[in-house]
Design a protein around this ligand. Structure first.
Ligand SMILES: [Zn+2]
Length: 161
């Protein structure tokens, strides 16, 4: 589709064409790719938007060491909560997209811990997180993500490479 009102920022020709296509990215669902292309000089503007088709809310119970292998895909709009440990990860401008397993997620929280103020509370939470990493503490992990990108991969055998 030619955009009659827009001019190319490089060559200023009014010859910009816009369109979109979809890419399938493993474990992240569909990515919609929007682009504009200048038919005069070939300049391109690209934009990407994730459009997952996973449930907007899900949770898993971690009861033993095997459950620690459950994988988590966290998109930048995902909220991750572990109520038993008081751990919360919210979306924000710096929110990271990552794939890890439960053990990796708990280690991530351990690394973030020094950011909190209350030293006594930190030690208490760290102690509990370590117990959870050893599979000695039952926890629930919930994720919610309005974009449908974040989700659990509950079969530990699933290859994420
Ligand atoms: Zn141009």
């Amino acid at each position: 589709m030619v955009e009659p009102d827009l001019k190319c920022p490089v060559c200023t020709a009014g010859n910009l064409e816009s369109g979109s296509d979809e890419l399938d990215v493993p474990h992240f669902g569909k990515v919609v790719h929007y682009y504009m292309r200048c038919n005069s000089c070939g300049y391109r503007i690209n934009d990407f938007a994730f459009q997952g088709d996973f449930p907007k809310e899900d949770k898993v119970e971690i009861k033993n060491k095997t459950d620690l292998q459950i994988k988590i895909v966290r998109g930048s709009n995902g909220t991750v909560l572990v109520p038993e440990l008081g751990l919360e990860l919210y979306p924000g401008p710096l929110a990271e997209t990552f794939i890890t397993n439960v053990e990796g997620l708990l280690n991530r929280f351990l690394n973030l811990m020094p950011l909190f103020d209350d030293q006594k509370k930190i030690e208490e939470v760290q102690e509990n997180v370590r117990k959870a990493i050893e599979g000695k503490l039952k926890i629930t992990i919930s994720i919610s993500d309005p974009s449908g990108v974040s989700h659990f991969i509950k079969n530990p055998q699933t290859d994420i490479s």
